[in-house]
Design a binder for this molecule. Structure first.
Ligand code: GCU
Ligand code: CA
Length: 185
């Protein structure tokens, strides 16, 4: 039996520290001079257009995920950030001033991820105010709850034998292929 449901499992957050990301040589420095961050430091991008870093994140099923981006912006101007997933632009948002480089705040957005590994790019875009570059970025947190339709599968054995399910998961995405194999036990 296949049931359609919303993912209302208890929300847990997977943390990805920004300093574990990747970037072209010289575009980012990992700093620790402004306290309040977690992990070993935070990403300070060069203050120019199209400065970026990438992070690889994992998703159980394809769908829309809630993502929190932890940042500090001690300047007095907005710092916009453009988010691309697997090279397609999904979202641009503003990191407002947080009043100090030591005051860490977060914004919450929604990103579509595919099942498996996804590369998220965090890039600076033109703020139209002359200030370029990202806010300092500490980490991101991704919810385990997918916000699109998911399916669960309930197998009842009748008589002898066993049904093997592949892949075995708690939640399946729309159009995901599941193999069922009846075997004698
Ligand atoms: C200051 C601050 C940095 C920050 C930079 C900026 O130099 O110490 O952490 O990245 O301003 O304006 O981007
Ligand atoms: Ca900077």
């Amino acid at each position: 039996q296949i049931s359609e449901s919303v993912d209302n499992t208890k929300t847990e957050w997977t943390i990805y520290e920004a300093e574990k990301g990747t970037w072209p040589e010289g575009m980012v420095s990992i700093d620790s001079n402004h306290e309040g961050f977690t992990g070993s430091g935070f990403v300070n991008t060069a203050n120019k257009l199209n400065a970026y870093f990438d992070m690889v994140v994992e998703a159980d099923v394809s769908g829309a995920y809630t993502v929190k981006i932890y940042y500090a912006n001690g300047s007095d101007s907005n710092r916009p950030i453009q988010l691309s997933v697997n090279e397609s632009i999904q979202f641009t948002e503003i990191h407002c001033p947080s009043n100090s480089w030591k005051i860490w705040d977060f914004t919450t957005i929604c990103l579509n991820l595919k099942k498996g590994s996804n590369t998220i790019r965090f890039a600076s875009v033109d703020p139209q105010l002359g200030i370029k570059g990202l806010a300092n970025i500490d980490k991101i947190a991704i919810s385990n709850n997918v916000r699109s339709t998911i399916y669960s599968l309930d197998i009842k054995n009748a008589g002898l034998g066993t049904v093997l399910i592949n892949p075995v998961k708690k939640k399946y995405a729309t159009d995901e292929v599941v193999e069922l194999k009846a075997v004698k036990s």
